[in-house]
Structure formats: C-alpha cells, structure tokens
Design a protein around this ligand. Structure first.
Ligand SMILES: C[S@@+](CC[C@H](N)C(=O)[O-])C[C@H]1O[C@@H](n2cnc3c(N)ncnc32)[C@H](O)[C@@H]1O
Ligand code: SF4
Length: 448
C-alpha cells in the first residue's frame, strides 16, 4: 500500500526510458548522411548479430487511445507501394552493412502487421532474408490485432518461423471498448490465442491498458479474470499514455471519464494482484511472465534488457529499423526515420536514407543509459568502481526516495524495492542529465 501523499508526489510526467537520451533530446539535423555513417560503423563488426525491426503503420480503424504512428486505410494498393519502399530501404541498408549479416531477432510492429495479406507477408519475408540470414534460434515476433487477423496469416507466419506473438486486448469491458472505439470480444481473442498456439507460436503475449475511460476496479478485475483464463505466457499492462498534444485522436476520448491519480493507480493494483495470484511474475515496470518463461528467468538473474520493442532476454548490439518512423539503435547512436509516410517513401525510393532525427551518444550518455536500463529492467545496478564520485549528485538526490521506501542504497549498489519497481521511472529520472528546466517534460506521460 502507498500513502495518498506519496502517490501524489510521485505522479509526475516522466520518460518511459525506452531510449536514453530520450527522443526530445535527439537532433533534427541527424539525416541521411549521419545514418550512413552509423551503418558504416556497425559494418565494422560483421560478427555481431543484428536485431531487425519493421514498422507496418496500417490499421483498418483508429482506436481513440492509440499512441502509435498509424495510417488508417482500407486501400491495399497503399501496402504494395509501402512494400516497394521497404524493398528500396532494405537494399540500401544491406549494401552498407555487408552481405549475409546474421539476425538474432526480428520484430514486426505497428500499426498492425497483419494488415498485410499472406502474399504481402511472404514478400516482406523474402525481402528481408535475401540479404540477411536468420539464425536458427532467433526470436521472431510480431504484434497483431486479433480482430483483423485470419488463421491463414498465422499459419503462414508460423511456417516461416515466427515464434512469438503479441495481441492487443486493452480491455474486454463493452462500455470501455465503446468509449475507446475498439470492439473486440473475448471469444475472438480466445480463438486467436488458441490457433496461434496450435500452429506453433511458443509464446503468446496479451497487451492491456489501465487508465482508459470508464474503467473501474470492478470492470478491470473482470477483464483480468478473462485474461488469466486465456493463460497467455506474458501480459503487458501498460499505463495509458495520455498525450493529446502529440496524438490528436486522443482528444475524442471522454475526458470526464478518464481515471487519473489514485483511481488509475488502483486499476494497476487490481491487475497486479490478479496476475500475481495466478502465478505471474512482475517484470520491469509493466510486464508479467509465467514462472517458467525465459523473461521471468532473465529478470531473476538480472539479465533482462529493454528497447523500443519491449523487454527481451536478448540484448543486441544493433537494432536496424525499417519503415516509416522506425527507430534504429546502434548503441553509439539512435536514428529515427521520417514519421510521414509520403516523405519516407519519397526518400528511400530516390536512394536516400529516410532518417530525420537522431543522436550520437557521448560516453556520459552511454554510462547513464546503462544505469537507467538496469534500473528499468532488473531493478538493481552497481554504479561502477568510481560510481560514488561520478554519481555523487545523483546519490544525494536519491536519499529522499530511499526514505520513501523506493530503493535501498549500499555504497555503489542500488536496489529497487517492490514499490520502487512500480515507480522505476521516478528513480531513473534522477540519472537523466537532460531533465533540466528547459526540457519539454510536459510531452511525457505521467508515471501513475
Ligand atoms: C501497435 S499496438 C498492437 C498491435 C495492434 N495494432 C493492436 O492494437 O492490437 C501495440 C500496443 O501499444 C499499446 N498502446 C497503444 N497506444 C497506447 C497508449 N496511448 N498508452 C499505452 N499503451 C498504448 C496497446 O496496448 C497496443 O496493444
Ligand atoms: S491500438 Fe493497434 S489497432 Fe488500434 S489504432 Fe493503434 S495500432 Fe491500430
């Protein structure tokens, strides 16, 4: 239990730290030439396996809460043009990275990757695994909306080697579903879960969101009971990121029905209680995994890692992203493609990289990134041999949070408590060198 006063103090806008430095600190001057330089640097270590991300922006309908970069359409011809652009981009990137680079991880995200039909999915696969080589035990994952995903697509994906699938649910309550313009029955979700398992996906994840309009502790408890009955291997319970300035579609949500502060926190508690009671382990800030799942094992032995695609047991040296708004992460630099579909397509079709913002990381950035990632993933970190001096200011700033019961500090060793794990973003913020007065912190979602 947490006091109302402490909850109010901790409820602040904060980055989610899928990257450090965070996106607002990246430069708009990071363009095609910078991206080419980053690829050249990555090409110098041809032995390191790559992680690939492909962004498929299309959705049939717009869910009002959605915070992702999506293109709503019913026009399949747009997909063909997009695949042409992806083909051009993959060819450009593969030329720079050298031939036959190994891939240990592939993630199709969106949007809704199963907006693509079987022919289009197959075309995408062949485009990727002409120049690249997928490793035998690679993690091959995609995100789907069960309402628009057909068994034939899942069968094809499983036969290609896809082994992880993540399905959006958000909430099963009909009243909440109407309020957020996303109608999806328990039965169709159960059928998708069952079919995915039967064709060989070895891990099924369900995404939920708390903090949506009209959710109540009682309604969310019913949703969580349904979720537990479906027995997914993993569950993500995301805090609703309400950012109407960046996502105008969220302006149509009934504001008066949005649970905030204490009411929102209670929804998270409801989900947490039910998932733990059903035998799931809490992972990082918003994930749960069954006891035997490799994510739970990695969390227990402190080897969990996190990137733009979520939590993973496989830390990769380079994530190369394809597609509109895709974010590449080379460890020494981040690069994001143009978020406008037309401009992205025009750039890659004319032989230029579509990168329009990014960031080269300094040694200090990399050191802070490691501390922040360890806190967000594994809930503990050793600050290093010179950590007491290097982070003297941060250690002072952490003392009040230690008094609040969020972490313990033993010399250079920090360990989050169970309460602190829930508020890991508040602790991580202390190590963020850019959260000064001038930082546009209001663009971040709130921690509660
Ligand atoms: C790209 S979507 C998933 C795939 C598919 N399009 C679907 O909706 O089922 C990834 C997930 O992001 C989460 N999400 C989207 N908008 C969000 C927001 N504003 N706040 C928190 N989570 C959000 C949802 O849980 C969603 O399932
Ligand atoms: S939540 Fe999924 S289906 Fe809905 S608009 Fe966003 S990406 Fe598309």
């Amino acid at each position: 239990m947490i006091s109302q006063a402490l909850l109010r103090r901790l409820d602040v806008p904060a980055p989610r730290y899928t990257s450090y430095p965070t996106v607002p600190e990246w430069s708009d001057a990071f363009g095609s030439a910078d991206y080419a330089r980053a690829l050249a640097q990555a090409a110098a270590s041809p032995e390191l396996p790559l992680s690939l991300y492909v962004h498929i922006p299309f959705c049939k309908e717009l869910c009002s809460y959605c915070g992702c970069n999506v293109v709503v359409t019913r026009d399949q011809a747009r997909v063909e043009r997009y695949l042409d652009a992806l083909q051009a981009e993959i060819t450009l990137v593969a030329e720079r990275l050298g031939t036959r680079r190994r891939v240990s991880r592939l993630h199709l995200g969106g949007g809704t990757p199963t907006f693509l039909d079987e022919q289009q999915l197959l075309r995408l696969w062949r485009m990727l695994f002409g120049p690249f080589v997928i490793e035998r035990d690679a993690e091959i994952a995609l995100e789907v909306d069960p309402a628009v995903t057909r068994p034939e697509q899942l069968l094809l994906l499983a036969s290609l080697g896809f082994n992880r699938i993540s399905m959006g649910v958000q909430d099963f309550d009909p009243d909440v579903q109407r309020a957020v313009n996303r109608i999806q029955s328990v039965a169709e979700t159960a059928a998708a879960v069952e079919y995915a398992r039967s064709v060989g996906f070895r891990s099924v994840n369900l995404d939920l969101i708390y903090g949506l309009p009209r959710q109540t502790p009682a309604s969310f408890a019913r949703t969580m009971s349904e979720v537990v009955t479906l027995a997914p291997d993993r569950v993500a319970v995301f805090s609703f990121a309400y950012v109407p300035a960046a996502r105008p579609n969220q302006r149509s949500l009934p504001l008066a029905d949005l649970p905030g502060g204490e009411a929102k926190h209670r929804l998270q508690e409801v989900a947490d209680e039910q998932l733990r009671a059903a035998g799931y382990h809490a992972i990082g800030i918003d994930h749960y995994a069954r006891a035997g799942d490799e994510l739970a094992r990695a969390a227990a032995d402190g080897t969990l890692w996190r990137d733009f695609q979520g939590y993973t047991t496989r830390r990769s040296d380079a994530t190369v992203a394809f597609g509109v708004s895709g974010i590449s992460d080379f460890g020494f630099a981040y690069a994001q493609n143009d978020h406008a579909l037309g401009r992205y397509q025009a750039a890659v079709s004319s032989g230029r990289f579509a990168s329009t913002r990014g960031r080269w990381l300094s040694a200090d950035d990399r050191r802070r990134r490691e501390v922040i990632t360890q806190l967000m993933c594994n809930g503990r970190v050793h600050l290093g041999p010179d950590g007491l001096d290097y982070f003297a200011r941060e250690l002072d700033a952490l003392r009040p949070l230690e008094t609040d019961g969020l972490l313990t500090i033993a010399g250079p060793r920090l360990a989050l408590t169970e309460l602190g794990q829930r508020f890991a973003r508040n602790v991580a913020m202390v190590f963020d060198a850019y959260l000064g007065a001038a930082s546009p912190s209001r663009s971040f979602s709130r921690t509660v």
